[in-house]
Design a binder for this molecule. Structure first.
Ligand SMILES: Cc1cc2nc3c(=O)[nH]c(=O)nc-3n(C[C@H](O)[C@H](O)[C@H](O)COP(=O)(O)OP(=O)(O)OC[C@H]3O[C@@H](n4cnc5c(N)ncnc54)[C@H](O)[C@@H]3O)c2cc1C
Length: 318
């Protein structure tokens, strides 16, 4: 694979060949990236992207709390943003956060500065980059409610600025062009006493501890709720999964959580194919029971393992 590294432009940060991604994903599954790029700073990343052969795919990952990385790994370059992209600063009622900053850090920084409205970020175990891509949220608040604007790099390394409206946010989804790498976001809240905001953050954390398997190898909510928040008689994915009899269902080392049946778990030795396959089993069972086609909220990225393809399967039998 070092021949692949030879095709990549030089960087001031680091590029690692054939680097395993699983250890830093929440599910702890998945193959290697052809190359993992850890850019030194924004200029380094922009120059790399500008000089990179346009046919080489680029994938950016944050805390990898919303992805299943398939067993065959990820083609091309995977970008992980480091400390230079993790700064958080407050000014009046605004918070400026680098895309690698953890959402929980942003909520606490806002609270300490007396900025309310970002408490929900404390319940999302991802980065700001992932929150922008996913319109992350919980308990009735979402990224779209607090975002002013974001800065990003295009696949060609150009710098662009997006207003809140440019995202066309919907439930756990945005229409921001695929391929953008978000580097920074500005959020705005409302004034309140820091102690009161911190208290709400603690209450929110306590609520999650008892209702979600947050210490497991998981990807959070697997399927988006079929109806957006606010819809009368809103249907929940977890209820549909439960009614289809899939609570606790297993495939290989993967299991539907008993505690919250919209969460899939790696019980120890699961492959990405086990987890994704179990998700498809759940979708089929829900479709058969209630006619609803659940939409994956978790992103599934990368190549299946060779022996998960038809060719591999036939080769194994030969
Ligand atoms: C226990 C648990 C609980 C969870 N609870 C919630 C919840 O309550 N609400 C909720 O909304 N989500 C929840 N999630 C899902 C997840 O935390 C969110 O979707 C989060 O926003 C993902 O952020 P991330 O940094 O981990 O992104 P990743 O999982 O790394 O990536 C997700 C997507 O974002 C893209 N992305 C990441 N960084 C960037 C960037 N800098 N620029 C462009 N694209 C980028 C990736 O390419 C990918 O498409 C939960 C997950 C777990 C494991």
């Amino acid at each position: 694979m070092s021949a692949f590294l030879d095709r990549l432009p030089p960087v001031r940060g680091k590029i690692l060949a054939d680097e395993l991604i699983a250890p830093f994903t929440w599910f702890r599954v998945g193959g290697a990236a052809d190359a993992l790029l850890l850019p030194k700073d924004e200029d380094d990343l922009a120059a790399f992207l500008a000089a990179l052969d346009p046919i080489i795919p680029v994938t950016v990952l944050g805390a990898a709390s919303n992805v299943i990385v398939r067993d065959g790994g990820i083609a091309g370059v995977v970008v992980r943003l480091g400390p230079a992209f993790g700064k958080v600063a407050t000014d009046g009622l605004r918070v400026t956060a680098g895309a690698a900053a953890l959402d929980s850090r942003v909520s606490v920084a806002a609270a300490n500065a007396g900025i309310a409205g970002m408490e929900f970020f404390s319940g999302v175990p991802g980065t700001i980059g992932g929150a922008l891509r996913m319109n992350a949220g919980c308990y009735g608040r979402e990224t779209k409610d607090v975002l002013v604007e974001a800065r990003a790099l295009t696949r060609n390394g150009e710098r662009v600025r997006l207003s809140n409206a440019d995202f066309h946010f919907s439930y756990r989804h945005t229409e921001a062009p695929e391929g953008l790498i978000f580097v920074e976001a500005v959020f705005e809240g409302t004034p309140d006493e820091p102690a009161a905001i911190l208290e709400r953050i603690e209450a929110l954390k306590a609520r999650r501890e008892t209702t979600q398997p947050i210490r497991e190898k998981t990807g959070g909510s697997t399927f988006a709720n079929p109806d957006p928040p606010g819809t009368p008689n809103q249907r929940s994915s977890w209820k549909l999964v439960d009614e289809a009899g899939m609570r606790g269902a297993r495939r290989g080392g993967a299991q539907v959580s008993e505690l919250h049946c919209n969460f899939l778990l790696n019980t120890g030795e699961a492959t990405a194919a086990d987890i994704e396959g179990l998700g498809e089993d759940v979708r089929a069972a829900v479709k058969a029971r209630s006619g609803v086609e659940l939409r994956w909220e978790i992103k599934r990225i990368g190549r299946p393992a060779v022996d998960a393809t038809v060719e591999g399967y036939l080769a194994k039998d030969a």
